[in-house]
Design a protein around this ligand. Structure first.
Ligand code: GLN
Length: 275
């Protein structure tokens, strides 16, 4: 079977995914250890029977709902290729907004950054990769996530990020940061969103936070002030309908210069404030 025929077949198998064509290309490129560009350049090349059979198995897993990143074990984020696992959240493109905003908040010298709930290390590593002079600390309560983030630092040859197991601020007592970032869990515990698509395969510890999704965000906003330099910034990713609530929490906790930034779909996604 030709590459283009295999892709068309796979797309039809994945009709229930809203990214069927992309999923098919990512999985075929993974199986052939090549790039999507190569597939598009050589649509007439033939797959061997063994190759098609292996591809068929990957597509069957995806058709059962398993996230593409769990099948391949990797996800690209920012300029990095990150290892992922079911122990933590798969990095999302929307979270690149958090990285962009954090980079704009970094002081010119002596930047030190704390990433709370670092997961794969995506946000911490993206910031560290862009700013070699910044010292970045990523913390996560899940030991396997910390190990994964350390592995991702090694694989991407990033030496200015360190990772610690910590329940929020517990392991950084007494430290002061110029920027604190977090993509914390923020989904409502009872949200119907949790029973659809890829999130079904991700841990609740990385997704949900109380009846309104704001339990952890309330804690972070309240406690972060004690860990920020005088002019330091707190930046939080949040749900599309949580911007106003988070601005109010920041105002009540005396943050200044509060602003909310939209994601690429135009939804409020990141709110920041200055101590
Ligand atoms: N943005 C994620 C999603 O839409 C939610 C992740 C989180 O709670 N931080 O699935």
């Amino acid at each position: 079977m030709q590459i283009q025929q295999a892709l068309a077949w796979a797309k039809s198998q994945l009709a229930s995914s809203d990214s069927a064509a992309l999923d098919a290309r990512v999985l075929l490129a993974f199986m052939l250890d090549t790039t999507q560009a190569w597939l598009l350049t050589w649509p007439d090349k033939m797959l061997s029977e063994a190759q098609f059979e292996r591809f068929r198995q990957l597509i069957a897993q995806r058709a059962e709902g398993r996230p593409v990143a769990h099948i391949t074990g990797y996800r690209d984020f920012w300029s990095l290729t990150l290892k992922v696992s079911p122990t933590t959240l798969i990095p999302r493109p929307d979270t690149e907004i958090l990285v962009e905003q954090a980079l704009m908040c970094l002081p010119a010298v002596d930047a030190n950054v704390l990433d709370l709930g670092t997961g794969t290390g995506s946000v911490a590593l993206a910031i560290a990769s862009e700013c070699a002079s910044a010292q970045v600390t990523g913390v996560d309560i899940v030991a396997d996530a910390v190990a994964l983030a350390k592995d991702n630092a090694r694989r991407n040859a990033i030496s200015n990020a360190t990772f610690l197991q910590s329940n929020w601020f517990d392991a950084v007592q007494g430290e002061q940061f110029s920027v604190i970032v977090s993509n914390p869990p923020y989904v409502e515990t009872r949200s119907p969103y949790l029973s659809q698509g890829d999130v079904r395969f991700e841990p609740a510890s990385a997704l949900t936070s109380g009846h309104d999704g704001l339990d952890d965000i309330r804690k972070i906003i309240c406690q972060a002030r004690g860990f920020l330099n005088a002019e330091g910034w707190l930046l939080l990713e949040h749900g599309f309908d949580q911007g106003e609530a988070i601005q109010a929490l920041m105002r009540n906790n005396k943050y200044e210069d509060i602003a909310t930034i939209c994601d690429l779909a135009g939804h409020p996604r990141v709110t920041l404030g200055r101590r």
